[in-house]
Structure formats: C-alpha cells, structure tokens
Ligand binder design. Sequence first.
Ligand code: BGC
Length: 464
Amino acid sequence: MSALQKYVDEVVKDFTISKEKLNECVDYFVEQTREGLRANDVKSLPMIPTFVTDVPNGKEKGTFLAVDLGGTNFRVCSVNLLGNSDFTITQEKWAVPRTIMRGSSADFYKFMADHIGKFLTKHHSDKLEGPKIKMGFTFSFPVVQTSLNRGKLLRWTKGFNIPDAVGTDICECLQKELDKQNLPVHVAALVNDTVGTLMARSYGKSGNAHTLIGCIFGTGTNGAYREKISNIPKFDAAAHPEITSDMMVINTEWGSFDNALKHIPANRFDVDLNERTPNPGFHMFEKRVSGMFLGELLRLVILEMYKKNLLSAIKSVPEDAKLFQDWSADSAITAAIDGDSTSNYATTGYMLRDAFGLLATPEEREAIHRVARAIGDRSAALAAVPIAGLILHTKAFERVDTIDIGGDGSVVEFYPEFEKRVRDALRKTALGSKEANISFGISKDGSGVGAALCALVAEDPEDA
Ligand code: BGC
C-alpha cells in the first residue's frame, strides 16, 4: 500500500462516525435539549423561545414586506399571500460587502435601511406616504427574544463580526434607522430562517398539521420545532398573558450543540479550522456540518498531504495558489469532488486544478475524492443527530404516523445525496425503520414567505 493510501485510510477513519458515536451524540442532544429548555447557559444549546405560537394553515392572506439577512446577501421582498397555500413575491437582493459584515453597527443598519428605501421607491412608491407597512425581518443569527419583535443578539456566526451589535436589540436598532430615513415600515417580527422555513412549509402544505421541524443546512445550520409551553421551564408564561396558545416554536440554534466537545468528534483539522474562525469555541457542531466549513476542511487535508510530500505527482504549486489561502475553498468544491463519478476522477482533476492550482494523478484524485466523501458522510451523519434528537425528545411518533420536515439551504439542496445520507444515518438511530415515516421537503423561501407569515400574526404598529 502506498504512503498516500495509508494516509488517506487514516484521515477517512478520523472523519468516520460509528453507529455507537452517532447514538451517543443523539442521546446527548436529547439531554441538552431538555437542559436548554430548563435554563440559559452560555455554552449550552440556546433553545430560544421565538414567541411564534401558531403555524399557518395555508389560508392566510395579505401583502407584507420581508427582509432577509443571514449570509452573503441582503434580500428585500414584498410577499402577497393568496390564501390558498400560494403566494406571489417581488424581490431584489444585494451582496453584503465584507466591510459591512465586519464593520460598525451604524453602517450595518444604514446599509439595510438604504436598500429597503430603494426597494420601496422602485416597487411600492405609492406606499411611501401611507401608513406603516408591517415587515418580517429574517435575521439568521442567535437572538434571545423577549417578544416577537424584540431580542438581543447573542453572538455572530458564519463569518460576521460587528462587535458593537452584540447584546443590542436588533429590531429596535433597525426601526430607529428606518424612522430616521422616514420610511413607513414597522419591524413587526424577528424571524430566524429556520422558523421561517417551518412557517413556509406549514403554509405550503395546508392541512398537514405535522410539520414538526424547519431546518437549514446551508452556509450555517440550525433547526426550529414546535414545543409545548409547559415543557419550557425557563419561559415565564405568567409574564406573558398575551400568549394564549399552549405551544411555541423554539429556535434551537443547534449549530451550538456540544460546544464543550463532550461527544461530537474533533480531529486535528477541526481544531485547526476552529482556531481560525471569528467565533472560536462556539457553533462547534456547525463547523463540522455546514457549507461554510466543508470546503475549508478539504483544503486543510490537501494542504497537509502537500506538506507531507504525499502528492508527488503534483507540479510545483505557485506560492499564491488558493491551496495556501485560508477559506479560499467553497463547499461546492467538496461537493463536486465527493460526487465525482467520472472515469479517472476527471472532474476531481479539474476542480483541483482550478480551485487549488494542483495537477494530480488519477491515484491522487481518487485519494482526494475519498477524503471529500468522508467529509460529506460525516456532515450528513451529524445532520441526523439533531433531527433524530428532536423527534425522540418530542415523542412525536407516539402521536402521529408521519412526521414532516421542511428544509432549506445549499447543502441540503445541492450536496450530492445529502438527504439519502442523512436518512441512512437516521436508520442507525433509535428511530430505526420509522425513518421511512419522515417526509422531507425543500421549503423554498422561508425567509420571504415565512417572515411575511410572522409579520401577519404580529400586532399592528398602532397597538405595538
Ligand atoms: C445561525 C442560525 C441560523 C443558521 C442557518 C447559524 O449560524 O446561528 O441562527 O439559523 O446559521 O442560517
């Protein structure tokens, strides 16, 4: 066996999750779910009550604004809910410049309000003088909410870092900037993208009362689900007489599962990657699962191969090659190499050349394909952990035959066979053959329709 094959065998082992490990993680997730519902602790699962107490049934109607900030783009849309599970949408999006992602909060809020103003001027100029329009704000970061449209930012994730916004009320600050710019908009609801996904899936699947989880596997990862208020000891129901429902959607922020690394795996590549993120020690689960990290993990392995002189056939790599640049590898590269079924791994060869400046032999391409596959397998196996964990925690299969899940994000949509691989892992958990009774659908536009649905249930600005 060649030194390269031996090395790859070991790396693949480092990324492999055994059935025992998987179930150990699921058990710990269930335990952490209960713990997070009981009390807030800085390193535990946030389990944030969202103040969203009803999921829609598809009959909702009306026009609402929705804005979405959570990754590389800022999107503004107006959503017209037609009341028959359908909707129309007008939208525009802009890239969020790095100077805004890592700048001051004043510039951040101004950036958003400026674009909301541009959108209204272009598409709804008739509304610029009228009463305030209700807007749902999809903000896909951990926010500890105190009402539907109040809440303080816990921390940044996914490469954002605007230090003076941490601990402040995101909706209040955006509202101030909108008011300053005289824009007739009321920030009616703060919506995590997973909550929006859950709402949009419930709206689109009218009549199906069992949509339990909304989840995102994209740049980041997270899930929201429906919980009985009586199961949330840390939520002071008496302080909120306005809430009459007995259920509430919980934003788990499962990206922060096991930040203390008691059970989730941590190999040397994970350790290295974590140290170079703006949030070291936090969102440790996310750093093994979501799109922002799958490219970087592969780059780190290839870099180590290169440094160990295992890639003998690789011609000298220029000093400025992307191989040597942190975060230069997109998860689409890992996805393409993982899913490569061309002869002699030709696709892998092109990807390595274009993405990293490497010319690799067929043997080396196969080796790197195996690494990408191991990274993808681990991501999907870990993705099964919170899904199985929430289904077991809620004991949902004791009440219904079929559980529905709505999902969104580039990984679940485009990573090769992601859903199939998650299902393979789910069958290895205590759910076993019940996996077949889980329906899953991509719920496009949670951040538009879902946010509009949250704005709909919010109080009118006059009463707010
Ligand atoms: C954020 C979550 C979000 C998820 C998916 C995570 O980094 O903390 O709030 O739902 O990404 O966008």
